[in-house]
Every structure is written in C-alpha cells, then in structure tokens.
Write a protein that binds this ligand. Sequence first.
Ligand code: ZN
Length: 279
Amino acid sequence: MLSSLLIEKNKERMGNIFREHIIILILFLPFLNAGCAKRDIFTQDNWIDLSYDFSEETIFWPTSPSFHKESLFEGQTEKGYYYSAYKFCAAEHGGTHIDAPVHFYEGGNTVDKISVKQLIGHAVVIDISQKTIADPDYQITKEDFLSWENKFGRISDGSIVLLKTGYGKYWPDRKKYMGTDKLGEEAVKELHFPGLHPDGAKWLVENRNIKAIGLDTPSIDYGQSTYFQSHVTLFKANIPAFENVANLDKLPPKGAIVFALPMKTKGGSGGPLRIIAHY
Ligand SMILES: [Zn+2]
C-alpha cells in the first residue's frame, strides 16, 4: 500500500518536472530561434552591395566636380613597414549617394540629422525596366505603384522604395547612363534618363508612409526635369533619396532589408552612401 502510494507520488513529481521543462522550453524557443536566425544572416551569401566604388571614372552630375584621390604617402617607410594614406575630394552628389532633404528644401534635414532608423527598412522594388526600353524619359507614376501593390500587397509603413529603371546596366558609360557624355552647363539639357514623376512623388508622400526612396539613375527627377519637383515634394516631407544605386536587378520585389548609411557630414546636403541589402 505504502509502496504503491510512493510510486504514485513519484509519478506525480516526475510529471510536474516534465511539465516545468516543457513550459521553459516553450518560453525560450522563440529566443533560441532568434539567436540562430541572427547568426545565419551573417554567414549567408545573400547580401547585396548596392553601391558603386568611387574613382576618377565615377559618374557625377555634369556641372559638379568629380572624385579626385591623391596620395599622401605610399610605400615602405624608413622604419621598415608599409604605409599608405590618401586624401580625396568630391562633390556631395555623385556616385552612389544620398540626397538629404535640405538639398531641395530649406529647413529640411541635413545628412547628419537623418536618423539611423530612417535609413534602415524593408525594401519595395518597383520594376519599370520594360517601360524605359522604349522611353528613356519615362517617369514613374502612381499607376506603377498601384500595379506593384496589386501583385505584392500594399507598400507597408516604413518601407524603403527602390525604383528599378534598368539603367544600372549602363553604368559607368556616361552616354548610355545619362544620355550625354558632355560636361558643364551645356550637357544639362541633353540629359535623358528615367525618374519619378512629380505626381508619383506627391501620391507616395500623401498616401503611403515610406522612410526613403532610391533609384538606379543619377537623379530622382528624370533627366529632362528643370524644376525638380519630385525632389521638392519628397524633401518637404523629409524623405531622403538615394541616387545611382547599384545592383537593383539582384533584389526581389519584396522581402529584402536595406541598410543605407551615408558619410555623416555635419550640415551636408548629401554625400557618399554605402547601401547594402539582405534578402
Ligand atoms: Zn543628389
């Protein structure tokens, strides 16, 4: 009698211990998963560099000074070790770069004032590369955004919208990429490349809650723009733009995460941008 009572008690105790372990496992499972997922991200290959390198060949706006690098020292020192250091100068708006809102809107954020949170987000990649084949002056409209949403769902709050015009494949051929390889004021009216239509910019700002926008051309407004109204509309809403973004053809329409971290120039209207994505 006593022994069967002890067996029952033991069973009950074992049952309790088992239940406690299951509960602990269930409670901590999400954290274990999150830990694994984080480690996985850094060992996976699906990281995409969306930045071009900076060199004398890098494309800048035809009226801007381009990238220039000079050696301060390069070679063996007297003490026997190798040493190299360079200095560079460049306009803010060339190569893969950010336009801070102050670029076209007085009082808008300077590059150092844009929060890190605004520069990291889920990518929405709008592919209009078929339309730009026939029309290098194509401007992305509200309809392009709506047709993307028809297939992939509403552009969610906090998205970073990337416009894939297909012009990335022309980099660094100035003539194909911008419509002209001339420099200076004369070149500006010969610029031809796609961009965001001012009505498209207005629709995005008024109807969707995006963090930033970017594209694979030299400017968010198309090449023939003279009033740069898409810049103005976006920047008035403190939405920065990334220009000359590389490798957009390697990103899926949705599901990628973007990290776009520019050089933090105090009071800057833009600057070199290292933009990467993971999908
Ligand atoms: Zn710019």
